[in-house]
Design a protein around this ligand. Sequence first.
Ligand SMILES: N[C@@H](CCC[C@H](N)C(=O)O)C(=O)O
Length: 302
Amino acid sequence: MPGMVNFARMNGLGNKILVVDMRGREDRVTPAAAIALAGSAETHFDQIMAIHDPRAEGTDAFIDILNNDGTGSGACGNGTRCVVQALAAETGRKRFLFQTVAGLLQAVKHEDGTISVDMGAPVFDWQRIPLSEDFADTSRIELQIGPIDAPVLHSPSVLSMGNPHAVFFVDRDPMTFDLARIGPMLEHHPMFPQKANITLAQVTGATTMTTRTWERGAGLTLACGSAACAAAVSGARTGRTARKVTITVASSPNRQALTIDWRETDGHVIMTGAAEWEWAGHLDPETGAFTREPLASGAAAS
Ligand SMILES: N[C@@H](CCC[C@H](N)C(=O)O)C(=O)O
């Protein structure tokens, strides 16, 4: 279907997001368009969140998530908060229910401007993460990189938050690791048949943690919301932290934080944090050609 659609350049803790309005159309943002948009300095992004008409009763929208290499994803925490920010500004509503290929996501915008997303329950079964080897206990699997007797990273907790994650607990600031070199090796490790998001997590207290993530299909990003959820769940699961933690995302501007609550009552993971609007434009979902709207005078990130 020809024609340009509206999009907004946004971010969640620095995680670069394009929110694209595909409502009223049958087509989708193509992988080729995603790669073209990622290749431009102005529109370079980590994830596209394409808002489509609802496909299930009771939901507000279907969200198609694309990484900057054109691949798809079932979850994007920071991007979901950006979608809520955009739709709340458009409609004045505070509560939303979205569908992705991985399931349903409930979200709410609070009076203080922060947004909570119910990211669902984590999945620990090795076949559903998925892993290529049978592990009865996925809270600490046999996997390491570096010298056999002095590994750089080892024994990650692995899980799915709608997308596959490996969390390596480290004993110093995650910024001191060469994640640009280590990340791609682990993302593409044969243990992960659908690849994996790779997170370094330093526990700094019973309710605090610092993380940094190499994202599957997107590379080194400033922040990753589903990875923060994965780290929080892994911290509690291995007895390192409480179920409710503040995650400082080391790579985000000013080391911003997310609150993650692995809720006792139903096992769902609730992520709370900010989302920021940057600028708007129009794009062709087939090719990725785009134009940028001039910033209205006095416009501010909401
Ligand atoms: N930035 C996202 C996660 C994006 C998806 C990921 N790269 C994947 O393919 O699994 C977040 O905030 O959760």
